[in-house]
Ligand binder design. Structure first.
Ligand code: NDP
Ligand code: ZN
Length: 374
């Protein structure tokens, strides 16, 4: 049908016919809950006046992609093309675009649109806008309700307001994970007001956790890392942590109650939240960004809050666009990057990488080289 209309448009000389401008895309999707990826071809809407088209060079694999692919949180839309840690080069700009030129490096994180008018948008917290559109698996209210598809693909179209400028001289191979792992840890660390000398705990030392360690160390905090493996002990100390605690070794947890000003949890699986609450000093803060599967989501109970009174608990979701740009500029200027393993854009390899993330076998972030897509 679409083909017939395009042909009709051509015959009638209707060169502005919108179907003709849709952009063909190659990517990788899961067709049902699980980690089985397939090559998947689809289209993106034409580049609007305020939009840019980015040729995707690299895309990180976030643990949220795993949660979404296997429907840990909610019902998903399939076929699902994950990916919200996107770095690439601008190949087309709409006629009103002022922020980018063709050839610039640009990034896309977890958000591709929001309403621009609500209180959250007005305060640069677009991630909390009730009409925020996620980069994938989201209804795009601003484009006829199409379902967004993510960065495991060769190109993306996004409004200039939601694209990030990648600073000159950035290491393109490593920059993509800053767009989610970077901002998701930078934002709560800033929100908590972490400063030099603070005693900071980072629970979960994976993609997000190793960024959090680097930001907290850069601010002069004394950082303790909590994880469940021996494999990452040396890495934590190498990144500037003063202590590494393997929570599977109870003796390493002794004497830590009341010892922290701030703890950030990036843990993606069930765990004892009250253990971390007890480790906070009076006035200390517990920031939570890890989101385990809903069917096994951990909780704090009312009595735990009261018995450990005077401690503050807050959750945090990524960060607004302005803060994401600030984080990118700061990270590149200070040489703060994720440690990455680059993999080929191949369905089987992406599926294998997912299993490795689940099994704790990646240090510390997989990044797909989208230029290798066939
Ligand atoms: P990773 O898999 O890269 O890292 C998770 C780390 O937590 C791994 O090192 C893992 O151990 C460790 N871990 C697992 N269980 C425990 C435990 N009981 N105690 C201590 N450490 C543990 O995941 P990401 O960093 O990519 O993501 C983490 C979570 O954050 C996910 O739930 C994700 O969805 C969420 N997220 C939230 C965002 C937000 O805006 N709030 C944005 C992005 C992600 P091992 O060493 O064995 O691998
Ligand atoms: Zn993410």
């Amino acid at each position: 049908m679409k083909k017939a209309l395009i042909m009709l448009g051509c015959v009638l000389g209707l060169h502005t016919f919108s179907f003709a401008q849709e952009i063909p895309v190659k990517g990788f999707a899961v067709m049902e809950p699980g980690f089985e990826f397939q090559p998947y071809e689809f289209t993106r809407h034409a580049v609007g006046n305020d939009e840019i088209q980015i040729e995707i060079m690299y895309c990180g694999i976030c643990h949220s992609d795993l949660h979404e692919a296997r429907q840990d949180w909610m019902e998903e839309h399939y076929p699902l093309v994950p990916g919200h840690e996107i770095a690439g080069r601008v190949v087309k700009v709409g006629k009103n675009v002022t922020k980018f030129e063709v050839g610039d490096f640009a990034g896309v994180g977890c958000i591709v649109n929001s309403c621009h008018t609500c209180d959250e948008c007005n305060h640069n917290r677009e991630q909390y806008c009730p009409k925020m559109v996620s980069t994938y698996n989201s209804v795009d209210y601003y484009h006829d309700g199409e379902i967004t598809q993510g960065g495991y693909s060769n190109t993306i179209v996004v409004s200039q307001d939601y694209a990030l400028r990648i600073p000159d001289g950035a290491d393109m191979k490593r920059v993509a994970p800053l767009l989610c792992a970077g901002i998701t840890t930078y934002s709560p660390i800033r929100f908590a007001g972490v400063k030099s000398g603070d005693r900071v705990g980072i629970a979960g030392f994976g993609g997000l956790g190793h960024m959090a360690v680097q930001y907290a160390v850069a601010l002069g905090a004394k950082v303790t890392v909590f994880d469940i493996t021996e494999e990452k002990r040396d890495d934590a100390l190498r990144m500037g942590a003063v202590r590494y605690v393997n929570v599977n070794r109870p003796e390493e947890l002794e004497g830590l109650n009341g010892m922290f000003d701030f703890i950030l949890s990036t843990i993606p699986a069930p765990y004892d939240m009250s253990m971390y609450l007890r480790m906070l000093d009076f006035g200390g803060q517990f920031g939570i960004v890890g989101v385990p599967a809903f069917k096994e989501i951990p909780n704090l109970t009312l009595d735990q809050f009261i018995w450990n009174g005077g401690r503050k608990v807050f959750g945090s979701m990524i960060g607004g666009i302005r803060e994401t740009q600030e984080m990118l500029d700061y990270s590149v200027a200070h040489g703060i990057y994720p440690e990455v393993e680059i993999i080929k854009a191949d369905a089987a390899i992406i599926g294998e990488a997912y299993q490795n993330v689940l099994d704790g076998k990646v240090k510390f972030r997989y990044v797909i080289d989208m230029s290798t897509i066939k």
